[in-house]
Design a protein around this ligand. Sequence first.
Ligand code: 2U9
Length: 357
Amino acid sequence: MDDLKSKYLTLIADAGDENTLEDLRVQALGKKGEISLQMRELGKMTPEERQTAGPALNALKNEINSALAAKKSGLQDAALDERLRSEWLDVTLPSRQRPAGTIHPISQVTDEVTAIFADMGFSVAEGPQIESDWYNFDALNIPGHHPARAEMDTFYTHRKEGDNRPPHVLRTHTSPVQIRSLEANGAPIRIICPGRVYRADYDQTHTPMFNQVEGLAIDKDISMANLKWVLEEFVKAFFEVDDVELRFRASHFPFTEPSAEVDIRCSWEGGTLKVGEGDDWLEILGSGMVHPKVLTAAGVDPNEYQGFAFGVGIDRIAMLKYGVPDLRAFFDSDLRWLRHYGFRSLDVPTLDGGLSR
Ligand code: 2U9
């Protein structure tokens, strides 16, 4: 028994980790362990022998258990000391920079345009992107047979079998918002309507979904002179130039009469657009005086009121202002590259108190 004791106490003292300790526990005290087998031998002994061997075996078992427990706690303490020595944290290190979110260029340009028109007394109106045939076409003087319907080739929803009403459309312009606003508020009115519009088109300068801002000013004494001034102020503020020359070219839209496409004087020196100087002309928007039929459809008396309307492609003027060559880039999922074009990031405070850009 003394041999067993010194054997196990030595082995326990030498054990280098908790797994070895557990193996030793099983080897000595497990079901088939050396001490357990000796316990089993007690049954075969005489009562006298058992009286000395029994307590001695129990004492040995307790001593080994204590030695195991003491060694285990010693190993755990040593492991903790080692971790405390090797694993440490430099709390004085600066925090990691997180990638900052950015405002989408279309949102940024929409905000810029909105701020410019807000300064001229326009408010913002919004409406549904899925429109009825009436608001998207008929109310805007585009009847069923009108060629403009085909030009604005759009996406239609399906009606149930047997439902012969015209299908809803994904709006092809934000003009229906203006009809709805006129119906709801009447004249006078001064609004801009920014938002998504849809046409079945896809190439370098057309995407099936794009963004427009349209404007409408209706009152008792509005003329094309007012339109010209408003557009000049807009172009100067948007392209950040002191002066600009606008050219109105006669055009045709079903919803305005007369209608004009508007060009701005510019140059393309070295491939970069310069607004307000040079010998080139760049078309940037369409406009005109609202057609009397459109006013009537929106519940406004054209004998009492008249006004102007215009429409600008937000994506287009964003491309022009920031020199982005392919419209489709705006709708890529990863927009980090747009920083290259000078779109500002959100100012995101970091943990060290600075601003990451
Ligand atoms: C109402 C009455 C008239 C909005 C107008 C244009 C001319 C125009 C284009 C610009 C580029 C569409 O995005 S684009 O392709 N728009 O040329 N839009 S006048 O006229 C209206 C709108 C609402 C009630």
